[in-house]
Design a protein around this ligand. Structure first.
Ligand code: AMP
Length: 434
């Protein structure tokens, strides 16, 4: 009988984050910390597992994210339904209520960075496990807060190296619980006239989650969508003046934007402002971030009324675009390598390596290897400038060999002087390269 060797692979839509990828995640995280902290946001991280009900209640039962894409698991006792978090806002709001943060001076400003899970159809830039970084301002309803969120998002994108002129901001207002039902009624009435022409998805959405018909990219639905009533025409006077104030402030601040009358977003909790940052154009649009106001969410999850606004960026999308722009990050490489031969030298090397590390000098080594040749090959592969060689004889005499890999010259240096000698050479190298 022949046994087939089993090999395991990552699940579809999920990926290993390799050391070379972490460079980009770390770069994005360090900019997140720098910019958001500077704008008064504090870091919060919530668990990856939450009660599924948090999301069904928060995001909406009929949304694609909850209805089709949420990873749900049952606990062993079969008593509880848990979900891998598909987004960050509902969890942050849960923490805000649970930890009584409504007692703090308002608004409270958070940012987060971590993995999220959606069982979507994997494609370019769309994964089943992906990272998002997000920010929330909870406890303030003023249009100034929406603008603040837009500004900090833009500054963050610029900090990563995206040029303001290339980033598009699209904006819309989808009204509140007073005016939105009137709009939805009109939208349904309009789509009913075309019920036979629209795609199956739109037919389902118009029943279950009507606003999302405006998200349809199907060509046969486009002309229908273009003639559909728009939410801006149905805003109540409060929503209208809220949105007007935002636009006026953005104009005053010279922030360019596109009024996207069909922008709706895929989560039910949004009220009033919705926005998206994207690259490209209307036809080939790469969404980097999405956000908006969610004035009713705190109350619907068990708190008191606290208006709020948030944004979430797709980290892999940012990474892809950074790489496309030519941003290269490389793993740090040592400029010097320590070769050891024999037992006494190996022991001494452990000590010496730590002395170098205390002086913040990054050394290459391969203490597991015995042969000189294997170690020199490793040093060559790293393309180091210098190699230190410590053998039996050197240990006995308290010396070490310093080899310049460029010239091939070797010098014998007293062990207690070697760190200073290496520092001197690096300094010389640095001043030469200036
Ligand atoms: P959302 O939470 O749906 O508002 O998405 C916010 C941002 O997260 C989007 O603009 C994308 O950049 C990113 N994003 C959403 N879903 C995915 C996914 N499945 N894979 C990768 N990035 C995603």
């Amino acid at each position: 009988m022949v046994y087939k060797r089993k090999s395991f692979q990552t699940l579809r839509g999920m990926k290993d984050i390799l050391p070379k990828d972490w460079l980009y995640y770390d770069y994005i995280l360090s900019n997140t910390k720098k910019i958001f902290a500077f704008y008064g946001f504090q870091r919060i991280e919530t668990p990856i597992l939450e009660k599924a009900e948090l999301f069904t209640k928060g995001i909406g039962k009929k949304t694609d994210i909850v209805n089709k894409e949420m990873y749900i698991l049952r606990t062993k006792e079969n008593k509880e339904l848990l979900a891998l978090r598909p987004e960050g806002t509902a969890s942050v709001v849960r923490a805000y209520i649970e930890k009584g943060m409504f007692n703090l001076p308002q608004p409270v400003k958070f940012y987060y960075f971590g993995p999220f899970f959606r069982h979507e159809k994997p494609q370019a830039g769309r994964f089943r496990q992906f990272y998002q970084l997000g920010a929330e301002i909870i406890g303030e309803g003023s249009p100034a807060t929406d603008v603040e969120m837009i500004i900090v998002s833009q500054v963050f994108l610029e900090s990563l190296g995206f040029k303001q002129k290339n980033i598009c901001l699209s904006l819309n207002s989808i009204g509140c619980s007073e005016c939105r039902p009137v709009y939805i009624k009109e939208l349904k009435k309009y789509y009913r006239k075309y019920i036979k022409q629209i795609c199956d998805n739109c037919r389902r959405r118009i029943k279950e989650n009507p606003l999302r018909v405006l998200d349809c990219k199907n060509e046969k639905c486009l002309f229908i969508k273009n003639g559909a009533p728009i939410s801006l025409d149905y805003l109540c006077s409060e929503c209208n003046s809220h949105f007007k104030d935002i636009l006026e402030l953005l104009d005053y601040l010279d922030v360019s934007y596109i009024l996207d009358k069909t922008l709706v977003r895929g989560l039910d909790y949004y009220t009033r402002t919705v926005f998206e940052f994207f690259l490209g154009n209307e036809i080939k649009r790469i969404a980097l971030a999405g956000g908006g106001r969610y004035d009713k969410l705190v109350k619907s999850l068990g708190g008191t009324y606290k208006p709020a606004v948030g944004v979430a960026f797709g980290v892999e999308r940012l990474m892809d675009e950074l790489v496309k722009k030519g941003k290269t990050l490389v793993l740090p490489k040592p400029k010097i390598f320590l070769v050891q031969i024999g037992d006494a030298a190996k022991k001494q090397s452990f000590k010496l390596l730590e002395q170098f590390r205390k002086e913040n000098i990054f050394l290459g080594e391969n203490l597991g290897k015995e042969s000189l040749r294997a170690q020199l090959t490793a040093a060559n592969n790293l393309e180091v400038d210098y190699v230190l060689i410590l053998g039996q004889e050197e240990v006995l005499n308290g010396m070490i060999i310093l080899k310049d890999m460029d010239s091939g010259l070797q010098e014998l240096i007293p062990l207690e002087k070697i760190i200073n000698e290496v520092k001197k050479r690096f300094k010389k190298q640095k001043s030469k390269s200036k």
